[in-house]
Design a protein around this ligand. Sequence first.
Ligand code: ZN
Length: 311
Amino acid sequence: MTVEYHTSKLNKKVLSLGVPARIAKFSAISVVLGIFAALPIALAGEAKALQVQVSPETPRLGDTISVVVNLDNPANGSNVTVTNGDQTYPAYEIAPQQYRAFIPTTPLEKAGTRNVQVSFEGQVQNLSIQVRDRKFPIQRINLPPGKAGVEATEYELKRAAEFKAIRTPEKFWDAAFLAPNKGPITTIYGVRRYYNGKFANDYYHRGVDYAGAAGSPVVAPAAGRVALVGKVSQGFRVHGNVVGIDHGQGVASIFMHLSRINVKEGDIVKPGQLIGAVGATGASTGPHLHWGLYVNGKSIDPVPWRDQAVK
Ligand SMILES: [Zn+2]
C-alpha cells in the first residue's frame, strides 16, 4: 500500500466526521507512521473539544466497534451517551476523563453506515462509521421430516437471557483473551445455515467451536466473575452443562456442552484458570467446546479479542 492511498482514504474518512483538513492530514500521517493505533478525532466547533476515537478503523460485520471519548475537563458524574438510532450503548469510565462504549455488530445486520451520536453535557457529535460486509461460511443441514432438533427449555432461555443482560461497570479483563481450550477450531464464528434448503434468517453460529478431547481443560479466556452455572439436570437441555463469565462493562463469555464444572456462581476467575472440561452435554453431536463472546448482549467475533488486547 502506498502513502497516497492511506492519506486519501483517511482524509475522506476524517473529513466525513467534520474535522478540519489540517487535523485530518496530521492524523493520516500519524497513522501511516504507526504512532496511533486508533484514529484520533478532534471534534470541531468548541474551544474545549471532545476527543473521540473509533476503532477498528475499518470494521466489518462481527467486529466490536470501540468508541472512546476523552473529556477535556474533569467532569464528576459524567454522563457520556453513545447512541445509534434507538440503541443506546453504555459508556464506562476506563481512565480518568476517558469513557468507552462498545457497539457490537453481527452477521444478521447489513453492511454500511452506522450513524452514531456521542453526547456529553449538551455537546452532540455525529459519527459516520462504515461497516464492511463479510462473507460467512454456509452449512447445509438436512433434517428428516418431523425432526426439528432439540428445543431449549423455558428455564434455560430465561437464565441465558438474564446472563446476557448483565452490565457491570467494573472492568475485570486487562489483556488479550486466551484460547479457552487447546483443541483445533472446527467451526468459526458467524457460520450461516440452510435447513432442508431453506435459509435460516435468524441463525448464525454465535461463537467458536474447539474440538478438544472429552475431558480436556476449559480455561477462562480472561478475568471475570462467574455469573452463570447451569446443569443438564436443571433443564439446560440445549446448552448442556454451562458456565458464563461476566468480564465487566457489557462483555461476557459463555461455555457450553461441558462434562465437568470447576467453578460456582460468584467466583472471581483469573485468565487461564480452569473452569471445567470439554464434553458433549446438551445439543451436541460429539465432544467439543462452544465459546460464545457477547458484547452488550450480542454475540460478536471473539477472534479480534484474542489477537489484540482491547484494554
Ligand atoms: Zn458452537
